[in-house]
Ligand binder design. Structure first.
Ligand code: ADP
Length: 508
C-alpha cells in the first residue's frame, strides 16, 4: 500500500472587526478566533486582518510590532497612509491596520456604535485588501464576516481582482442578519465602489429602502460562499419573517448559502484548566463546581445557607433579540421557585440599561439575586462555573454561544427553540429525540408561560432528582462542542470552491 500524499493546506485570510480575546463585543469575536485556531490545527495557513482599535486588550497580543511598510489606501478621493502592525493572538498571526485619517476611525474607545460606522468599516475593508495586494499575498480564500467587512466582496471582484489580487475565492459569514450595514447610496462611493453599477436590485440596492445600499446584500451577491452560523437560522432567514428584507436575495443565491453551527474554543473555555476559577474541575470530579458556586455566592453577597439551592445564570448583551422581557421575568420566577439568579449583561440601548439598573438597585441587597450590568470576561468564567442552569430565552438567535459554554461548565441550558439554540439544545423530556442527544430544557413560545414551562421543569428536576441531575450535568460536560466538525465543513466548502475555480481557469 502506498500512503496518499499529504494534501497541501490552504492559505486563508480572515478580515474581521472582532477577534477574541483582544477585540470582542459578542460571539463574532469568539467565532473568528475559534474557527481560525481549528483551521490552523488542520494544517492551513491562517492569517487575520483587524482594525487597530485603541481599546483592545493589548496585553493579550504577543510580539506586537510595526511593519516597515506603509500602505496607502483610497477613500473619498484621496490616498491615506495606514500604519500596519503585526502580532500573535492565541497563536494566530494578526495584522492590525492603523489608518492615518483625520477622523481617527479606530480611536474611539469602543468598537462600534459610532455615527460614522459605515464609513469606518468601508475604509477598513478597502485598506485590508490594499494590504494584501501591496504585500503580495496570494490567498486561496478571503473570509469576511458581518456587514463591517462585507464590502470586501464587491471591492475584491470590482477593483482588486483586476489589479492582480486574483488568487482567492471569497467566503462571507453573516453572524446576524439584524445588522446589514445599510446607508444612503452616496456613502458607498467613498471606498471607491461604483455606485452607478451597484445600486441595482440584483446587486447592492437595499430591498426595503431603495434609496439605500446594503453591505450584507453586496456580500451575498458577490461572494463565492455564503454561510450563516446554524442550519435552523439559515432556514429562518430565508423566510419573509426572518430575513429582514434579505430573504429574496438569499433565496436567489441559495446554491452557495449554507448554515454551519459554530463551535466553541474548548481550550479557552475549559473548566479543567481555567485559571480564572477558584478551583478547576471536570465531569468526573464535580466537587470543584460546588466550590465555585460557593465562591461566587460569597463574592456577590448571596446567601450560602442552602448548598442545594439552584443557581440560574444568564450572560448576555441586553438587546431585544435576547428576549429582555423574558430575562426580567426569569429573575422573578426563579426567586418565586426558590432559586438564585445571577445576571451579567450590559446594554447598548439606554432605556434597557436603565430598566435593568433599576431592577439591580431594587434587588441590590437581595440574598438570592444579583445583577451585574457590565461587560466582564473574567466574571463570566466564574458564573459559567458556578451556575447549575443557564437561561437563554432569545426571540431569535443565529447560533448562540452561551448555551454551549454553559454546557462545557456543567450548567444545564434552558433555551427557546430558535436558530442555533434549536440545533444545540434538546429537551430532556422530549421523547421524539433520541435520549443520547437530550441535554437541556426548551420552550417554543416567546412568552412568560412558555418560559415558565421550561424553567419550572428544570428547577423541579434539580430539586426532586439530584442523582439524575448530576448525570445530566456530566452528560452536558462531555458533549463535543469543539470547532472540529464545523471547521471540517468550512474546509470542505473552501476546497470545493478553490477546486471549481481551478477547473474553470484550466478550461479557459
Ligand atoms: P451575541 O454574539 O449575540 O452577543 P453569543 O451567545 O453568540 O451572543 O456570544 C456572546 C459571547 O459574549 C459569549 O462568549 C458570552 O460569554 C459573552 N458575553 C456576553 N455578554 C457578556 C458580558 N456582559 N460580560 C462578559 N462576557 C459577555
Amino acid at each position: 500500500l502506498t500512503s496518499l500524499p499529504k494534501r497541501a493546506g490552504l492559505h486563508v485570510i480572515h478580515i474581521a472587526a472582532e477577534m477574541a480575546p483582544v477585540a470582542k463585543v459578542g460571539g463574532l469575536g469568539d467565532v473568528v478566533t475559534g474557527l481560525c485556531k481549528a483551521l490552523q490545527k488542520r494544517g492551513h495557513l491562517v492569517e487575520i486582518v483587524l482594525p487597530k482599535y485603541d481599546c483592545m486588550e493589548y496585553e493579550r497580543i504577543r510580539d506586537l510590532r510595526a511593519l516597515d511598510v506603509v500602505i496607502e489606501s483610497y477613500f473619498d478621493g484621496h490616498l491615506f497612509k495606514n500604519k500596519v502592525w503585526v502580532g500573535v493572538v492565541e497563536g494566530l498571526p494578526v495584522y492590525f491596520i492603523e489608518p492615518h485619517h483625520p477622523d481617527n476611525f479606530f480611536w474611539r474607545g469602543q468598537l462600534y456604535g459610532e455615527q460614522d460606522d459605515f464609513k469606518r468599516f468601508s475604509f477598513f475593508s478597502r485598506a485590508a485588501l490594499e494590504l494584501l495586494l501591496q504585500t503580495g499575498k496570494k490567498p486561496d480564500i478571503i473570509h469576511c464576516h458581518d456587514w463591517q467587512t462585507a464590502f470586501v466582496a464587491p471591492l475584491y471582484w470590482d477593483l482588486y481582482a483586476p489589479k492582480g489580487l486574483d488568487s482567492a475565492r471569497i467566503c462571507f459569514t453573516c453572524h446576524n442578519f439584524e445588522y446589514q450595514g445599510s446607508a444612503p447610496t452616496s456613502q458607498l462611493a467613498s471606498c471607491g465602489l461604483d455606485v452607478h453599477q451597484l445600486n441595482r436590485p440584483d446587486r447592492m440596492q437595499d430591498n426595503l429602502s431603495h434609496d439605500k445600499v446594503n453591505a450584507v446584500k453586496g456580500a451575498i451577491v458577490f461572494s463565492n460562499i455564503v454561510t450563516t452560523v446554524s442550519p435552523t437560522y439559515a432556514q429562518e432567514v430565508r423566510t419573509a419573517e426572518g430575513g429582514r428584507g434579505l430573504h429574496v436575495t438569499l433565496n436567489s443565491h441559495s446554491k452557495k448559502f449554507i448554515g454551519i453551527l459554530n463551535g466553541i474554543d474548548t481550550d479557552a473555555w475549559n473548566p479543567a484548566t481555567d485559571t480564572f476559577l477558584k478551583v478547576q474541575y471536570n465531569a468526573s470530579d464535580l466537587q470543584g463546581k460546588a466550590e465555585n458556586k460557593e465562591a461566587i455566592r460569597r463574592h456577590l453577597g448571596l446567601s450560602s445557607a442552602d448548598v442545594r439551592r439552584p443557581l440560574v445564570g444568564c450572560i448576555t448583551r441586553l438587546v431585544p433579540q435576547k428576549g429582555v422581557h423574558l430575562i426580567r421575568h426569569a429573575i422573578y420566577r426563579t426567586m418565586e421557585l426558590g432559586g438564585q439568579f445571577v445576571l451579567l449583561g450590559s446594554s447598548p440601548v439606554p432605556h434597557i440599561q436603565r430598566e435593568f439598573e433599576d431592577i439591580a438597585n431594587l434587588l441590590k441587597t437581595h440574598e438570592h439575586v444579583r445583577l451585574i450590568l457590565k461587560y466582564d470576561d473574567s466574571l463570566s468564567h466564574l458564573i459559567y462555573a458556578a451556575a447549575d442552569m443557564f437561561i437563554i430565552p432569545s426571540i431569535f438567535e443565529p447560533c448562540g454561544l452561551t448555551q454551549m459554554i454553559a454546557m462545557r461548565y456543567g450548567a444545564v441550558p434552558i433555551a427557546r427553540k430558535t436558530g442555533g439554540l434549536n440545533d444545540s439544545v434538546f429537551d430532556v423530556d422530549d421523547d421524539t429525540i433520541p435520549t443520547q442527544f437530550r441535554n437541556g430544557f426548551t420552550f417554543l413560545n416567546p412568552d412568560e408561560q412558555g418560559l415558565n414551562g421550561a424553567l419550572d421543569r428544570a428547577l423541579k428536576h434539580y430539586k426532586n432528582n439530584s442523582q439524575s441531575w448530576q448525570q445530566l450535568v456530566q452528560k452536558v460536560m462531555t458533549i463535543d462542542l469543539s470547532w472540529d466538525s464545523s471547521a471540517l465543513q468550512y474546509e470542505e466548502l473552501y476546497e470545493k470552491s478553490v477546486a471549481r475555480a481551478r477547473a474553470a481557469s484550466s478550461r479557459a
